[in-house]
Ligand binder design. Sequence first.
Ligand SMILES: [Zn+2]
Ligand SMILES: [Zn+2]
Length: 346
Amino acid sequence: MKAVLFEAFNQRPKLVNLPDPTPEPHGVVLKVEATGVCRSDWHGWVGHDTDIALPHVPGHELAGVVKAVGKDVTRWKTGDRVTVPFVGGCGACPECHAGHQQVCHHQFQPGFTHWGSFAEYVSLHQADLNLVALPESVGFATAASLGCRFVTSFRAVVDQGKVVAGQWVAVHGCGGVGLSAIMIANALGANVVAIDIAEDKLALAKSLGAAVTLNARSVASVPEAVMEVTGGGAHVSLDALGHPETCCNSILSLRRRGKHVQVGLMLGDHSTPAVPMSRIIAHELEILGSHGMQAHRYDVMMSMILSGKLKPELLVGQEISLEESIDALMTMDRFPGTGTTVVTRF
Ligand SMILES: [Zn+2]
Ligand SMILES: [Zn+2]
C-alpha cells in the first residue's frame, strides 16, 4: 500500500510503499477513503507524543470501508462504511467496563500508538467496541472530520460542560475544534461568544451560530470583554486552541461556579500552564478535560447530524491528495486556512 512514513522526528515524511496490513483477530483492516490533517499529527511529527515509535505512519481522523475482518469480530463485515473515534478502548480495563473508553488504560490510537491512516489501508483494533457505522448520507470527508476535533468538542460541550439552552458559552480559538464547539453549543440553544485573532475565522464562527465575536487583538483584556458581553461571565468556557494564554483567559472568562473545559492539547513546553487557582477556589470554578468520545456516544451526535441540527460538512475545508498531506502536516502549526483539510485522493 501507499503510505506517508517518517523515520525521524522533524524530518520530512516520505510517500512510500509498505506491505498491506492484516487484521488482528479482534480487529479489521479498513480501506481509507478519507483522513483529516490535524494539529495533533504535527505534534506527533515533531516528537511531542511519547506514544509514537519510529518509523511511523500518522493519521487518526479517518473513515472508510471494511476490507478484511478478524476471526473474533461479530458486528462488522467487508463492505461496511465506518469511522472511529481517535481513542479506541481495549475492552478489558475498568474504564472500558464503565463505558469510558476515551480514557482507557490501554488505548488504541491509530496514528499515535499504532500506524495510522495516512495510507491506503489501516488496521483497527477491538472493532466490535470501537467502530461506528456510517449512515449513507454522511460522506467520507465529513465523517473523517468527526473523529477527533468534532467529537472532542461534542463531549466538551454536551457531556463535560453540560451546556443547556440560554447559557453563555465562550469559545477561545476558532480553528477546527472551536468552530465545532460553536456549532454544537448553538444547536443546543446556548449563546456563544467566539474569540480569535483572525477576522476570517471570526466571520466563519458568526456564520456557524456565534452570537458575539471578539477579536482578541482589538480588546484590552479578553476576560473583561467576555464578562461585559455575557453580563457577568460565561457559564461554560472552552480553550479550543491549547495555549497557556487562551487557557488562562478561558478560566478568567467564567462567571461564578462556571466550568472551564480544556479541549486544545497542551503538549511540549505548554504541558503545565499556570492557572489562576485563587480564582478557581474563590469562585468555585470547575476545570475539566475532554479527550475524544466513546463510540457508543456517537448515536446522539449522529442523530443531530441526520436531523440537520449539526452540519459538520460545513467545517470541511480543502480536500487534498495523500502526497499533498506531507506539506499540510508539516505546516499545521501555522494555522493555515479555515476548516478541516482532508485527504480524499490516495
Ligand atoms: Zn485530530
Ligand atoms: Zn480499556
